[in-house]
Design a protein around this ligand. Sequence first.
Ligand code: ARG
Length: 481
Amino acid sequence: MSEKQLWSGRFAEGPSQMTLSFTSSLNVDVKLAWYDIAGSIVHARMLGAQGIVSEEEAQSMVDGLKQLLDDLEVGKMDISHDLEDIHTNVEASLTARIGDAGKRLHTARSRNDQVSTDFRMFVRDAVLETVGLLVEVQGILIERAEGSVNDMMPGFTHMQHAQPVSLGFHLMAHVFRLQRDTERFLDAYKRLNQCPLGAGALAGTGHPIDREATSAGLGFDRPTDNAMDTVSDRDFALEFAYACAQTMIHLSSMGEELVLWTSPEFGFAEMSDAFATGSSIMPQKKNPDVAELIRGRSSIAVGNLVQLMTLMKGLPLSYNRDMQEDKASLMTSYETLTSCLYMIGPMYRSLRFDREAMSKACAKGFLNATDLADHLVQKSMPFRQAHEVVGTAVQYCVKNGKTLESLSVEELKMFSELLDQSSLDHIDLEACLDRRSSLGGTAPEQVKAQISSATERMEAFREECFKEIARLNDVWSAMRR
Ligand code: ARG
C-alpha cells in the first residue's frame, strides 16, 4: 500500500490491492474533481466563519484548494490511483500541499453528503448544457418549418397514407416534443438544486455549521431538508436520466424518419454529403449512418435509465455503497444525448427536401377520402353513412386504378346522389390542407401560429438558461475570490 486510506485507523492492515481496485470509483468520479474542490473551498470557508477551525487554518485550506483548482484546470493535478475516489484524492493533495491544516477539511462533513453535492453540481451543469443544445435544435427545426408551411406531403398513420399535411407542420411536431423535453430538464433542475452539504454521514452533525452559507456559496437554492433522505436518494439523477432517455426516444424517431425519407422508396429528402457515409464494397451507396446511430444510441439512454432505477430499487436507508454505481451511466446518457444534439441540428439544417417528390406522393393513398366524407356530412348525411359511401368509392378507384379527384361526376353519382362538381372542388388536395384550420391543425395559418408560440417558448428557455449560467458564473467568481 503506497497511500494510507482515510479510514485506516480501524484496520490493522491496509486493504488488498484487489479490494482497492474493486471498490475504487476514481475512473468515473474524477469527472467531479472541479465540483469537489469548489465544494471544499466553500466548506472550509464556512468552518472558519463558524469558528469550527481557526481563521488561519481555514485560509490556508482555501488557498491550497484554489491552487489545486488552478492545477486541475491546466491538467496538472496529481491523481493517485491508490486512493479510492476523487474526494479522497482532493483531501490528500491538499494535505500534501499545506500540511496539517488539510487534515481539518473533513470536519463536519462526510463523503456521503459530499458526493451528493458534487454530483448535483455536475447534473446541474449537464442540464444547462443540454437545454442550450435543445434550444439550438429547436431553432433550426423552426427555421426549416417556416420555409415549408405550404409544402404538401402525405401524413401517415400506421405508415399508410392518411391525410395531407405540410412539411412545416410535420417538422413542428418534432419541435413541440423537444420543447416538452426542455421543460422536463428545467423542471428537474428545480428539485435537484438543493444543497446536501451538512447532511454529514446520515444524521447531521453536532458542529455549529451554517448550511445556508454553504448552499448559497455553491449556488444552490437552499439546503436540503432531511439529512437521511439527502444521503440516500438519487431521484435527482433518475429524473435527469429519464429526461435524457425521453429526449433520445424523440431523437430516435427523428432519425428513423430521416432514414425513411432519404430512402429511394420515399425520396422526400437527401442528406448532405457531410452527414452521410459510403459503403466499403458498393460504390453507389450513400448511407444515413448518423441518423441510424442516433436511433441506435437511444438504446444506451433507455438502458441506463433502467440500470439506475434497478440500482435504487429496494435500498434501505441511508447511504449504501451500491449508490456509487449511479454516475457512470448517468454520465454516459448525458454524453450520448449531447453528442446526438450536436449532430442532429446541423444535419437538419443541411438536409435537402424534395418538395416535388412529397407532392407527387400525395397523389397516392386517397389522402382526401376523409374530406369527401366530410363533404357529404355538410350535405346532411350522417358521418357513419358517409364513411361507407366513400369507402365504396375508394374500392372502385382501387379496382379501376383511379384517384377520387379523377372520377367524373357521373361516376361519383354511382355512390351517392348528393355528390356533384362541388364535391370534386372540395377534395382538391390544396383545399384539403388549407381547410384543416382547427386549433393545432395543418392549415398554413395554424402552423404559423404554432411557429410563433414555439418561438416565444424557445426564447424563454434560452433566457432562463443564460440567466442561470450567468448566475452560476457569479457564484464561481465569488468562490474563487
Ligand atoms: N465513492 C463513493 C460514492 O461514489 C463516495 C462515498 C463513499 N462513502 C462511503 N461511506 N464509503 O458513492
